[in-house]
Write a protein that binds this ligand. Structure first.
Ligand SMILES: NC(=O)c1ccc[n+]([C@@H]2O[C@H](COP(=O)([O-])OP(=O)(O)OC[C@H]3O[C@@H](n4cnc5c(N)ncnc54)[C@H](OP(=O)(O)O)[C@@H]3O)[C@@H](O)[C@H]2O)c1
Length: 291
């Protein structure tokens, strides 16, 4: 019989990509600490199966599931509406869902999918939920980036990588953009009691890199990740630490690796680039320029 610790009782936490890997382990960890966990998944059957598993393993019935395809802006807007219909508080938002795509693919909104899911989805979802997050302060926003951001490069004239698509380049750019977004967000949140941090979870043996690939690539990726990767539970530790630890109460605008703040790539501290990327992201998701 699982025994729940209650240190997060009364806290509402939303985790995207909660149906697999790091996000699933994060949702379970938060449920085990007594939080109300709102999982976001894109597939009902898979989502309900993971929801049942988390309830059973944690002994916590307060595990909810909302469905959204984070590559679609309409679906993200619907997700925010669905959340706001059910909840009046949001203490922790974890933008965890992410992908890498071997080929250049476009979303229903006509955007390159890696950029759309890894940057624009967190950008839009966070902005749509910002009022309720502020009303729940002290509250925390956590963006799951990657050490790959260090190899990333942002070309504001070709963010959609229409000219030279390479999957590692697309992934590195999206994760670099997520760090830049986090730091700009922090400036805009000053004085609100809301913190925002980002992190690298480690090299984790999850389903990462296996969506939308052929059987051979999948087998290779699987072999590499299972040989060298840490477990999803280990990979979720930094997200859970940032979501729950009193040690990081009030800590904001940092990049964490293994629950320790580290310098992110020098370019991430470029405030002009942060601002430009924010404005372009707002334009691409059709958000008013107010926040
Ligand atoms: N694994 C690593 O070594 C590593 C290293 C650095 C950073 N990261 C980052 O860690 C995060 C979690 O990755 P992971 O390793 O746990 O990979 P994973 O097992 O593939 O999990 C990714 C999650 O994102 C969800 N997702 C992907 N596209 C989506 C979409 N269009 N709409 C809704 N949900 C979507 C997936 O949903 P489904 O369950 O439906 O597929 C899944 O739940 C990602 O942001 C990744 O970039 C991972």
């Amino acid at each position: 019989m699982p025994t729940m610790n209650t240190s997060m009782q009364g806290k509402i936490c939303l985790v995207t990509g909660a149906t697999s890997g790091i996000g699933k382990a994060t949702a379970l960890g938060l449920a085990q600490m007594g939080a109300t966990v709102v999982m976001v998944g894109r597939d009902r059957e898979k989502g309900e199966a993971v929801q049942r598993e988390i309830k059973t393993k944690s002994g916590n019935e307060a595990v909810d599931l909302l469905l959204a395809d984070l590559s679609s802006q309409e679906s993200i807007r619907q997700l925010a509406e669905d959340f706001l219909q059910r909840y009046t508080k949001l203490h922790v938002l974890i933008n965890n869902a992410g992908l890498i795509s071997l080929r250049r693919r476009e979303t229903v909104d006509g955007l390159e999918v890696t950029f759309a899911v890894n940057l624009l989805a967190p950008f839009l979802l966070t902005n749509l939920l910002l009022d309720v997050i502020k009303a729940s302060a002290p509250s925390r926003i956590i963006n799951v980036s990657s050490a790959s951001h260090e190899a990333g490069y942002i070309n504001m004239d070709d963010l959609q990588l229409e000219r030279h698509y390479r999957y590692l380049r697309a992934y590195g750019q999206s994760k670099l953009a997520l760090v830049l977004f986090t730091y700009e967000l922090v400036r805009r949140l000053q004085g609100t009691g809301v913190t925002a941090n980002c992190l690298h979870p480690g090299f984790v043996a999850s389903n990462f890199g296996q969506n939308g690939t052929g059987p051979i690539s999948r087998a290779v990726v699987n072999l590499i990740f299972s040989s060298f990767g840490i477990s999803p539970e280990e990979g979720a530790k930094t997200s859970i630490f940032l979501a729950t630890s009193p040690e990081v109460e009030g800590v904001t605008g940092k990049y964490f690796v293994k629950s320790i703040p580290k310098r992110s790539a020098p370019i991430t501290y470029d405030e002009t680039l942060q601002g430009k990327l924010w404005e372009e992201s707002a334009r691409l998701v059709k958000l008013p320029m107010k926040v």
